[in-house]
Design a protein around this ligand. Structure first.
Ligand SMILES: [Zn+2]
Length: 124
């Protein structure tokens, strides 16, 4: 399996605490409780945003990226030539009996996951 180019700080990322003077959540790199490189600081925007849920999502991003990349490393086509993610036919509609390698339906979970990975990696 090919590893994607790393263009971000690799995981793990963790919610490391609350900045005392602001009550903003801190996300840092690494597993230890010692001072680690700061990834980001989250604002609650006057408590209108679910800051802790947003922090958990951001902190899990490196793991999600690794998992999605692994899940998407093979063709989307099942043995019966349907998409393994959305179940649609993977045949081209030109009668050629060729199949897509990756599902082209833009509402397919596989398509959306692949888009999320390319967005995260900064690829077009
Ligand atoms: Zn699909």
């Amino acid at each position: 399996m090919n590893k994607p180019p790393t263009t971000h700080t690799p995981g793990p990322w963790r919610i490391s605490g609350v900045r005392a003077d602001t009550d903003h959540l801190l996300i840092e790199h690494g597993r230890s409780n010692t001072k680690s490189p700061l990834i980001c600081m989250l604002y609650h925007d006057q408590h209108r945003l679910p800051m802790e849920s947003n922090a958990r999502l951001i902190a899990s991003a490196p793991t999600l990226l690794v998992c999605l990349t692994a899940l998407l490393s093979t063709s989307d086509t099942n043995a019966d030539e349907t998409c393994r993610w959305c179940g649609r036919s993977m045949f081209y509609e030109d009668g050629s009996r060729r199949t897509f390698t990756y599902c082209p339906s833009d509402d397919c979970p596989g398509f959306l996951a692949r888009k999320a990975v390319t967005d995260a990696e900064g690829r077009p």
